[in-house]
Design a protein around this ligand. Sequence first.
Ligand SMILES: [Zn+2]
Length: 170
Amino acid sequence: MKCSNPDCTRGIGLVAYQSGWFGKRRYCSQRCRNAFAADARNLRQNPKSALLKRFVVAFVAFVGLVLPTTFTMAILTAPPARPETSYVAGCDRNLADVSVSVTAMQARIKSLSGVDRSEICKATRLYFFEVVKARELTALCKSGTERERDLDRLDADVARTNEAIAERCL
Ligand SMILES: [Zn+2]
């Protein structure tokens, strides 16, 4: 599927970005979506009709919310903050396992630089799913400031990996 930003020639990565819950347009990256929203804002300065103006106001009102596809919502939605004392069975082992595979895949992608693009893309997609898994476990198992910090870092990694896939693999 193509990115909805008319200035963009890329496809959409594993995550599509959209504006608002009911946004029909999908973008390859937050950057593309925000650039398109900026165009919509310019349009508001000089509306062609009251109807168009209302539409643009509603559109712009949603801008700034990062609302990925249903797929991403389902797997990336963090459960509410957990009390420090709670314990989830298997957390320690699962977190350790996923951190080992994330590190191994990072090393693998580095070692692939310069070789066949389809190999790099395959490894990057696998890496994406591993980071998503790491995020899910972090949201479930960690608490307090460590949780916030790790989730921020993992979210940035998810977005970066998704953009890399949209740019190079589609
Ligand atoms: Zn784009």
